[in-house]
Design a protein around this ligand. Structure first.
Ligand code: FES
Ligand SMILES: [Fe+2]
Length: 458
């Protein structure tokens, strides 16, 4: 686990752990490339069997979480074809700042160009294919390949290639050797990439819908206060399923100080022991709606989690206690509020997007979560806390206090995911039925099944 107290400023970090924190790339056992030939056909047939076997209202068959070949298909058919959340504009604030993201064997370089545009490239040299940038984040003037020193500008153009034959002598035109681009879109400060040649076209719907909700939090005027990478010992789908319910929230002592544990329950479904918390929630919601209406801020839920390739849900909801932030008493954790906000008691704006994003935007900070698969049973959860760009550490906020609730909650969630991975790998496992509090888990799994069915039949 690493904590970055402020944005990285080094031009070339000498030694940075790889994305899984182990110093090595994790791959499905026994193979270092994509499935091909009869192995691919067998894996696809197995995938169809697993998808067919899934019953609505129940979790997936065990193989979906444990089979290395099915994991390869997750990467090829889903992670390398859908829009994937990779971070925020605050992570690349200056020209030359970059982050790298691994999507299976595909590495993506997300970089702010000298013209301030954020772009994404395949992290592969156009000469003999060396990985260009190994560090997970940093800053560069130009991108220099470590092998034979081919050099690319931050817009991807090849600007220096020692001893490459000139065009007039029959050599290749350097203009044809720019870095290969990757589709990248910014949605109100959130960055998404897509490796498919023709990305799904529904990002516009997400953008149109969520931008007015996120606008008051002004992500473009935030900075990274902290970032924590946590590797969970489970399949990425278990990480997502765990996030999509609060059935287990009573296991989160810190979180339930402010996060109402009745999330996802209709009024008549609230059990007696949670009635008092739910009554506080209903009261707090009234106040929140009033505050939002006074400021013209949208708060109502918008949800389309299953059908579109980029299923999503957004809603602004009240927090318990002071109702301002994820602290022990619900009071703000950052004195400088985001954007031009004049009120701290605005609860949490929560966005869920399939397959790998959730985030909470409060008046004082934003916390984003990016889920990235490292192997069939290993998943990276990257948590990033954003504060106003002018907020001063030690004056306006304290990093330990700011991150405490979600650091603890993430560790508890990692334990739940690890337990589940062990259980779904056990021969005794059978998919069990969801409770009424797990509708979004069902939505996530249904979305997964629908997407994989569509992709495997292409
Ligand atoms: S592989 Fe990059 S310069 Fe040769
Ligand atoms: Fe949790």
């Amino acid at each position: 686990m690493t904590t970055t107290p402020s944005r990285p400023t080094t031009s070339a970090p000498a030694s940075v752990p790889s994305q899984d924190g182990s110093g090595s790339t994790t791959r499905a056992a026994g193979r270092v490339g994509p499935l091909v030939g009869s192995a691919a056909a067998e894996a696809r047939a197995h995938l169809v069997e697993v998808l067919d076997a899934r019953q609505q209202g129940r979790s997936l068959p065990g193989a979906a979480y444990t089979d290395a070949d099915l994991h390869e298909l997750d990467l090829a058919l889903l992670w390398q074809r859908q829009w994937i959340f990779v971070g925020t504009v605050a992570e690349v604030p200056e020209p030359g700042d970059y982050v790298t993201v691994e999507l299976g064997t595909a590495s993506v370089l997300v970089l702010r160009d000298d013209d301030e545009e954020v772009r994404a490239f395949r992290n592969v040299c156009r000469h003999r294919g060396a990985r260009l940038v190994e560090e997970p984040k940093g800053s560069v003037g130009n991108i220099v390949c470590g092998y034979h020193r081919w050099t690319y500008a931050t817009d991807g153009r090849l600007i220096h290639a020692p001893q490459l034959a000139p065009v007039e002598d029959g050599g290749v035109d350097p203009a044809c050797l720019s870095l290969r681009t990757v589709h990248l879109r910014e949605v109100a400060g959130l960055l998404f990439v897509c490796l498919a040649p023709e990305p799904p076209d529904d990002l516009d719907t997400l953008s149109r819908t969520v931008a007015p909700y996120l606008a008051p939090h002004a992500l473009g005027r935030t900075k990274v206060a902290a970032q924590v990478d946590l590797v969970e010992a489970g399949n990425w789908k278990l990480t997502m399923e765990n996030n999509r319910e609060c059935y287990h929230c009573e296991g989160h002592a810190d979180l339930v100080c402010t996060f109402f544990p009745t999330w996802g329950l209709a009024d008549h479904e609230v059990p007696p022991r949670l009635r008092a918390a739910h009554d506080r929630y209903l009261l707090a919601e009234e106040g929140l709606h009033l505050a939002c209406e006074e400021r013209g801020m949208p708060y109502a839920p918008v949800e389309d989690l299953v059908e579109p390739p980029l299923g999503f849900r957004i809603q602004r909801e009240a927090l318990d206690g002071h109702g301002e932030s994820f602290s022990r008493d619900g009071s703000r954790l950052v004195q400088r509020l985001l954007g031009e906000l004049d009120e701290a008691r605005l609860g949490r704006l929560t966005l869920h997007a399939q397959p790998n994003l959730w985030c909470h935007a409060m008046a004082d900070h934003v916390v984003t979560f990016a889920v990235l698969p490292l192997g069939v049973d290993r998943t990276l959860v990257r948590t990033t806390w954003l504060v106003h760009e002018d907020a001063v550490e030690g004056v306006d906020y304290d990093v330990d206090s700011l991150t405490e609730v979600w650091r603890h909650t993430n560790e508890e969630d990692a334990a739940f995911v690890g337990l589940t991975q062990a259980g779904v790998a056990d021969p005794a496992y059978e998919p069990g039925p969801y409770s009424v509090a797990e509708r979004q888990v069902d939505d996530f799994v249904s979305w997964y099944v629908a997407r994989m069915r569509e992709e495997v039949s292409r």
